[in-house]
Write a new protein. Structure first.
Lengths: 255, 234
């Protein structure tokens, strides 16, 4: 398996898109820290980058890469290699290189300017988000043979998690404002990996005090170590479940 | 060596393989022939585990191949249309497969005969169809496999290259390897094969030795014999 991960990993690192992605993250991170006088403001800028760009690049790049590797997968399948290993190698190769790009681009400035719990949490969440969206890309690219459709599904997934989900949550909040839904809101955030990451980081930024009663409920739950572990486990589930489903499908796929 | 029993495969509504049973043994050289879309390539892909059958069993040296992969160490496969990663060079493709196969005893006959050494830095995407086929052929024979599965081996190759390939096939056949060939060029098969499997509409019409087929149809050439069989059916 290591051979396959190595081959894919090296192949991805050579691609211009991943280099551009690293540079873009680096420019954004360094400049937002350099321009703001307090590092907290810089952190907020990077937070938005993590929550929008990282998922988008991760899911789109992975989907396109998997579709473009169909020949490679076919070639390996006629060789003595386990099917499972090919797909796991694909996933690990992709997520490792995206994580590396994120770490080099955004992780280093975070460590330089904000070497505390917030910075570390931000790096961890960036890594988790990269992995979650690679896993979702595996799923969307196995659902259909058609490249255009697969990329479409990926964009829809990103749109849903990055924008639509928040809209739906806001809508629910306004509609059900008269009911005690704070605890339910905690449950609903588990349905979106981006929200899980956002809440974890915001709680560490100490601005949850501005979020009112719901913020207090969040702090009560996610602020504790149990909540921290719970949200990490939930993010892990977001990695495991889509990938596991795609793996099952890949094993049965005809090529 | 390869035992296929009651193999069924559907692609959607299309029932492409209907209850296929075949037995192939060492030292045999088998031609798999039949009209387009009769399921030849699907049978081959089932043997390689690239297509997962709906029902039935395939055994390689007495062991089921479902979810197995080590048996592919013993198979050299040359696809009909070789598809390779575009951004890799010929050299990289060879290196990668060598690393995966971990085989010490390399057979470089075709590799040298096709002078692939001079092309190692060429990207796969820039190759002509024929050169791609040469790469496929060299890869299929390189690791001294016990079984050679060749899907339309000479399609796309020039006369010289296909003669080299045919000589190589005959050489390997004489070593007692199992050779499985699909082809539409029946005239080419005369020196290559000892047995014929004729497929039609996803079923096996007959599995005979070449001699038996010639005796049955009173013909000298495989192509004539097959034409005769087809005429008799109508």
């Amino acid at each position: 398996m290591n051979k396959i991960i190595k081959i894919i990993f090296i192949d991805i690192l050579k691609s211009k898109i991943i280099i551009a992605y690293t540079l873009m993250l680096a420019i954004l991170s360094w400049s937002s820290f350099a321009m703001e006088d307090s590092s907290a403001k810089g952190l907020l800028t990077i937070l938005n980058v993590i929550l929008f760009t990282v998922p988008l690049v991760s899911i789109l790049f992975s989907t396109i890469y998997i579709y473009n590797s169909s020949e490679f997968i076919e070639l390996l399948l006629s060789q003595p290699v386990k099917r499972k290993k090919i797909w796991i190698g694909m996933f690990l190769g992709l997520s490792l290189s995206l994580i590396l790009a994120f770490f080099l681009g955004a992780g280093i400035p975070l460590l330089v300017y904000s070497l505390d719990s917030v910075g570390i949490m931000m790096i961890l969440m960036g890594i988790m988000i990269s992995t979650v969206f690679t896993s979702l890309a595996c799923l969307s690219s196995i659902l259909t043979r058609d490249k255009a459709k697969g990329i479409g599904i990926s964009i829809m997934l990103w749109l849903y998690f990055a924008l639509l989900f928040d809209g739906i949550v806001l809508f629910l909040l306004f509609q059900l404002a008269e009911y005690p839904i704070e605890n339910a809101m905690v449950g609903i955030t588990a349905l979106s990996p981006i929200d899980l990451a956002r809440i974890q980081i915001l709680l560490h930024l100490d601005i949850s005090a501005m979020m009112g009663y719901t913020g207090a409920v969040f702090k009560n739950f996610f602020g504790t170590s149990t909540g921290l572990i719970a949200s990490f486990l939930l993010l892990c589930l977001w990695v495991i479940i889509p990938f596991y489903v795609s793996l099952k499908k890949f094993i049965k796929k005809d090529l | 060596m390869i035992e296929i029993k009651n193999l069924n495969k559907k692609f959607g509504k299309l029932h492409i393989l209907k209850d296929i049973s075949v037995s192939c043994k060492e030292g045999q050289s088998i031609a798999l022939i039949g009209p387009n879309g009769c399921g030849k390539t699907t049978v081959i892909k089932c043997i390689l585990g690239m297509v997962v059958p709906d029902s039935g069993s395939i055994e390689f040296n007495g062991e089921s191949i479902i979810n197995a992969y080590k048996y592919r160490n013993h198979i050299g496969y040359m696809p009909q249309i070789g598809r390779y990663p575009d951004n890799m060079t010929i050299g990289q493709v060879f290196e990668m497969i060598k690393e995966i196969r971990q085989c010490k005893d390399l057979d470089l006959d075709l590799y040298n005969a096709y002078k692939l050494n001079d092309l190692l830095n060429k990207k796969m995407s820039t190759l002509s169809g024929g050169t791609t086929q040469k790469v496929s052929a060299a890869l299929a024979f390189m690791f001294n496999p016990d079984v050679l599965i060749l899907d339309e081996p000479t399609a796309g190759l020039d006369v010289l290259a296909s003669e080299i390939l045919k000589d190589k096939i005959i050489k390997e056949k004489q070593k007692g390897k199992l050779v499985l060939i699909t082809s539409h060029l029946l005239s080419e098969l005369d020196d290559l094969v000892t047995q014929i499997i004729f497929m039609q509409d996803g079923t096996i019409q007959f599995h005979k030795t070449v001699q038996q087929l010639k005796d049955d149809t009173q013909q000298e050439k495989i192509s004539k014999a097959i034409a005769n069989v087809l005429k008799m059916q109508q």
